[in-house]
Ligand binder design. Structure first.
Ligand SMILES: *Cc1c(COP(=O)(O)O)cnc(C)c1O
Length: 395
């Protein structure tokens, strides 16, 4: 039985997989079983923030694994407390954290916080949460219902009540009623098509919500952990959300999610929990990721390479105006908006054939989420291969 046959026979078919077998990786370069190299502009969907095969991260994980991997949240967890302190200090927000294992799970916790905030004297007073069309908040039943893409709601109902979808930020205010407790948004929609929100509109929204005592939840599962150049996109947008959720890039590949909130005393023991969440292994890994990226940011290298990458993509968008509407995104979360879904899907295929990995987003966007530590040479090589893919499409 080949590996592919084994996968098809024994694993549920939830992904349109490419049947390549990667054996090892260094930074933004992956090698398959024949030793062929691929430039990785996906970082495992925004996860491998410090690159593949990162020495510092793997050593930290090994050291921790040899000692304690897990003891449960019934006891003090040293790297968890340190990680919480660091995230609070680096973010500049007066908050506390809860650790989960994924983005969807972090969002579930955020929704629970909002629901509890809306409760008065044990009676549900406010429970509605407004999210945006084309948003993505995860795959669990509630996070899926929070996701403003009706097509994804097929088959899985009945869902929890109380989710309302706004066409865009401008429409949120008129959807608020006496039952609304929170608004949940991504500052740059990721899966929805790399769609950054307008800074001023977001700031006005935050102000309006404060006045109405409606919570602002920012889903930073994709935008967080320096993806936009700042620790959090909320820092970049200069807002103070009530709740922020994190996951993807935080553990550098070790599963971890987190909820940060200024509602520091909302949960009492027993209100929420997680067996694995915030264990020694994942929080030790996340501490190392934060150390590496903070140094990278402070050295000026992160910003320099982000600008370098942006310029490259802008050139491509300009050179192939026949294929692309425009270049979009912030920092290392970028996209090329193709003129059609057909161009998008052909480019994804051709890129793979030319050994550069890129992602789909929305209906017609090719998305780029490289490791934040990608080198200039890897950017050059990846862009060259991507351009080859474009040219093969033109013929
Ligand atoms: C990926 C993503 C999620 C879901 O994260 P999982 O770890 O897959 O559950 C939620 N929100 C946003 C914005 C994401 O990009």
């Amino acid at each position: 039985m080949t590996l592919k046959e084994m996968d098809l026979e024994y694993v549920l078919h939830t992904y349109a997989r490419n049947y390549v077998n990667f054996k090892n990786g260094i930074d933004a370069t992956l090698y398959d079983e024949e030793g062929k190299d691929y430039i990785d502009f996906t970082s495992g969907i925004g996860v491998v923030s410090v690159g593949h095969g990162n020495k510092r991260l793997s050593e930290a994980i090994c050291e921790q694994a040899k000692n304690i991997i897990h003891i449960s949240n019934l006891y003090l967890i040293e790297p968890q407390a340190i990680l919480a302190k660091r995230l609070v200090e680096l973010s500049g927000y007066d908050m506390r954290l809860f650790f989960a294992n994924s983005g969807a799970e972090a969002n579930e916790g955020a929704i629970k916080i909002a629901r509890k905030y809306g409760e008065v004297d044990g009676e549900i007073k406010r429970y509605k949460i407004i999210t945006l069309k084309h948003s993505f908040h995860g795959r669990t039943i509630t996070a899926l219902k929070a996701t403003g893409q009706e097509a994804m709601h097929n088959y899985f109902g009945p869902f929890p009540d109380g989710f309302v979808y706004a066409e865009n930020i401008d429409e949120i205010e008129k959807l608020i009623d006496e039952h609304t407790v929170a608004v949940m948004i991504e500052l740059i929609q990721g899966e929805g098509g790399v769609e950054p929100q307008d800074k001023e509109k977001v700031q006005n929204l935050a102000k309006m919500l404060k006045e109405k005592d409606v919570l602002l939840i920012v889903d930073e599962v994709q935008t967080g952990i320096y993806r936009t150049g700042e620790l959090l996109a909320s820092n970049l947008y200069e807002i103070e959300p009530d709740i922020i959720t994190l996951a993807k890039g935080l553990g550098g590949g070790v599963p971890i999610g987190a909820i940060m909130t200024s509602l520091k005393d909302i949960f009492k023991p027993g209100d929420h929990g997680s067996t694995f969440g915030g264990n020694y292994l994942s929080t030790r890994a996340a501490n190392e990721v934060i150390d590496i990226l903070e140094e990278y940011k402070n050295s000026g290298r992160l910003d320099e390479l982000m600008i370098y990458f942006e310029d490259k993509l802008k050139e491509i968008a300009k050179r192939y105006e026949n294929l692309f509407e425009k270049e979009v995104g912030i920092g290392f979360m970028r996209g090329l908006r193709a003129k059609s879904a057909d161009i998008q899907s052909k480019l994804l295929q051709k890129s793979f054939e030319n050994r550069v990995l890129v992602l789909k987003a929305g209906r017609n966007t090719v998305r780029f989420l490289p490791p934040l530590t990608i080198s200039k040479d890897e950017i050059n090589e990846g862009i060259e291969r991507f351009e080859k893919a474009i040219k093969s499409l033109e013929q």
